[in-house]
Design a protein around this ligand. Structure first.
Ligand code: URA
Length: 250
């Protein structure tokens, strides 16, 4: 039987709690384990050491023009390197803390993001915020961006030339932020970052390093996928625990 607090936590991440007719319900047990973990505070605070005291991330500078935020944001704003610049409403560079320990990389802006110029503001973004809050991370204390800074028409998958045209911006963001950990959410993000076209189920639950860097990278399901497949939320909780361990150097 779930307590009121547990039911509240489950509701916050959108897991529907139901009472099993049988005394043993595997799915309910999984959910109860999820809640147990969700309501436990992180074992220790995430490092707030300034970037200068953290180990420097080894990232090759590939674009020498994009070495500060104003230059980078101007370059994204004026970019015409692929056709998406013409079809999108607004560029969507990223949001959050420019000195964040955690950098989250999704796929591409959707309808709401395209209108507002801010990533992850639609339903998927709201679920992402709840997932972060459930592990006691403040969504404003992480940096969130996408592989593409422009919305592909009808949210189709990004084309390879679009990913290539945009990759200098993502590389510059990683270089400027120097995060401690990258969380790649969804198949498109993971396959492009890791340059590995394995299915997402094979890429998650592994300790990766972002190619060309020494940055730890974890893969998890996209919140939009979770909205369609809520049963997979237990796996995301497993991934979030691994994320906290990395952030806490455990
Ligand atoms: N999905 C993404 O991958 N990114 C967004 O910004 C919104 C939805």
């Amino acid at each position: 039987m779930l307590t009121a607090r547990q039911q509240h936590c489950l509701q916050a991440i959108g897991i529907t709690a139901w009472q099993s007719r049988s005394s043993i319900s595997t799915e309910l047990e999984v959910e109860e384990q999820v809640v147990e973990q969700f309501i436990k505070p992180p074992i220790k605070e995430i490092s707030t050491a300034p970037p200068s005291q953290q180990e420097t991330v080894k990232i090759e500078a590939q674009s020498f023009e994009l070495n500060d935020w104003p230059q980078l944001l101007d370059s994204i704003e004026s970019c015409q390197n692929c056709a998406l610049a013409q079809s999108c409403t607004r560029k969507v560079p990223g949001k959050g803390l420019q000195q964040a320990d955690l950098m989250i990389i999704g796929e591409a802006p959707g309808h709401d993001e395209d209108l507002q110029g801010i990533p992850f503001v639609g339903r998927a973004g709201q679920l992402l915020d709840k997932i972060l809050q459930a592990i006691q991370l403040d969504p404003n204390q992480v940096y969130i961006t996408n592989i593409l800074k422009c919305r592909p028409p009808n949210n189709r998958d990004p084309h390879i030339d679009e990913v290539q045209a945009c990759s200098q911006f993502l590389q510059a963001q990683i270089r400027l932020i120097q995060p401690k950990v990258i969380l790649s959410i969804g198949r498109i993000s993971a396959q492009n970052l890791l340059k590995d076209h394995s299915p997402l189920g094979k890429l998650r639950d592994k300790d990766h390093v972002l190619p060309g860097t020494n940055l730890p990278l974890l893969v998890t399901y996209h919140p939009a996928y979770l909205l369609r497949n809520p049963a997979e939320k237990a796996k995301v909780w497993h991934d979030m625990k691994a994320l906290l361990r990395l952030l806490n150097n455990e």
